[in-house]
Design a binder for this molecule. Structure first.
Ligand code: ADP
Length: 190
């Protein structure tokens, strides 16, 4: 099984590119953001807990997302691997992921990182706010908090995966097709 991490700041284009990637490599797309938004929409206890945190631009607790991911690993059949989108987002989550995989003799295949500068993050999220209407996209101070959270808690993962020899960075600027081609070129190697 292949375990790809699709990494990058909010607005880097992970959600936009994920569909083509899962199709080409026969993967299951696991987006913790999407999983959490469907819990919120369904009004589950987990959704209620997550809603306030997400709408303030904060992370939900590590154990919550770790539990969701492990459950999906166990229940998913007939794929060649997984595309993890939005997970791990902290060093603790990355360590939990390694432990989960090691139990089954598996390991992270590659961390594929889509990189864009902060100025572009703001532009793209402002545009998405008008199209998708996500509460956490709508207010500049919330977006600011998400970007700060990214730099403080998530960016250290770059070094984590670099040290593990699993880090592959891709330029996220350019057209959707251009970025997709760059992603495929890197992923074809695994
Ligand atoms: P984006 O990539 O635009 O930041 P996501 O859809 O991936 O958005 O996530 C939306 C929100 O869901 C995050 O800001 C965070 O509050 C929560 N979330 C998603 N994944 C995680 C995670 N792995 N750990 C903690 N919180 C998460």
């Amino acid at each position: 099984m292949k375990f790809f991490i699709l990494f990058g700041p909010p607005g880097a284009g992970k959600g936009t590119q994920a569909g083509a990637m899962v199709e080409r490599y026969h993967l299951c797309h696991l987006s913790t953001g999407e999983l959490l938004r469907s819990e919120i929409a369904a009004g589950t206890p987990l959704g209620l807990q997550a809603k306030t945190l997400i709408e303030a631009g904060n992370l939900v607790p590590d154990e919550v997302v770790e539990g969701m991911i492990e459950a999906k690993f166990k229940s998913t059949r007939d794929v060649d691997g997984f595309l993890l989108d939005g997970f791990p987002r902290t060093i603790a989550q990355a360590e939990a992921l390694d432990a989960m995989l090691a139990k089954n003799g598996e390991a992270v295949t590659a961390c594929i990182s889509l990189m864009i500068p902060d100025s572009v993050i703001y532009e793209r999220i402002a545009k998405r706010a008008q199209i998708e209407g996500r509460a956490d996209d709508a207010r500049p101070e919330i977006v600011q908090n998400r970007i700060q959270t990214y730099h403080g808690k998530t960016e250290p993962l770059i070094d984590f995966y670099r040290k593990a020899g699993r880090y592959h960075e891709i330029d996220g600027l350019g057209s959707i097709e251009e970025v997709r081609e760059r992603l495929f070129q890197t992923m074809d190697r695994f």
